[in-house]
Design a protein around this ligand. Structure first.
Ligand code: 5RP
Length: 188
């Protein structure tokens, strides 16, 4: 299970969830912040497994990637809808996950931007084994587009939280992604 805690709560949530959960969760911290450099150490100390920062928020992605690794975490690199995927490509071999935002960062409940799917498809074609995540407006109505484009990780907020049966929504989202990934591996 991957947890993507909201930065509003920050690293105390990581510490407290780690204590409460009787399992070993994977914490990916999606840092929708300016100056992401300043939170690497606190997140590592709090027990984060992966640190995802925005390409737009730093002048030196290479140094930040190195720092995250030296602090024992995996690296995620996110781009906003207005950022071309070509800016992410030079870093793709140095990261564990590329995150394509399918809404403007800020808040949940926004409309899924289908026109981000070519970015996902291009990344999947160029980097077949890279983890590719989509975030924003993802739910039962949009998951097929994400999975077919090549996303294997998703963030889904409102579609799950507003459902009367969150478990079945989670299962559906999971199954659609796994089936698409299986099909891709058979096609290769
Ligand atoms: O934080 C976000 C945007 O800034 C996420 O997109 C959001 O939390 C996901 O929620 P939803 O599925 O409702 O779009």
């Amino acid at each position: 299970m991957h947890f993507v805690p909201n930065i509003t709560f920050g690293h105390p949530v990581v510490e407290s969830l780690r204590k409460q959960l009787g399992q070993d969760p994977f914490f990916d911290m999606h840092m929708m912040v300016s100056r992401p450099e300043q939170w690497v150490k606190p997140m590592a100390v709090a027990g984060a497994n992966q640190y995802t920062f925005h390409l737009e928020a730093t002048d030196n992605p290479g140094a930040l990637i190195k720092d995250i690794r030296e602090n024992g975490m995996k690296v995620g690199l996110a781009i906003k809808p207005g950022t071309s995927v070509e800016y992410l490509a030079p870093w793709a071999n140095q990261i564990d996950m590329a995150l394509v935002m399918t809404v403007e960062p800020g808040f949940g409940g926004q409309k899924f931007m289908e026109d981000m799917m070519p970015k996902v498809h291009w990344l999947r074609t160029q980097f077949p084994s890279l983890d590719i995540e989509v975030d924003g407006g993802v739910g039962p109505d949009t998951i097929h587009k994400c999975a077919e484009a090549g996303a294997n990780m998703i963030v889904s907020g409102s579609a799950i939280m507003r459902s009367e049966d969150p478990r079945s929504v989670i299962n559906l989202l999971r199954n659609v992604c796994s089936e698409a990934a299986q099909k891709r591996s058979l096609d290769r």
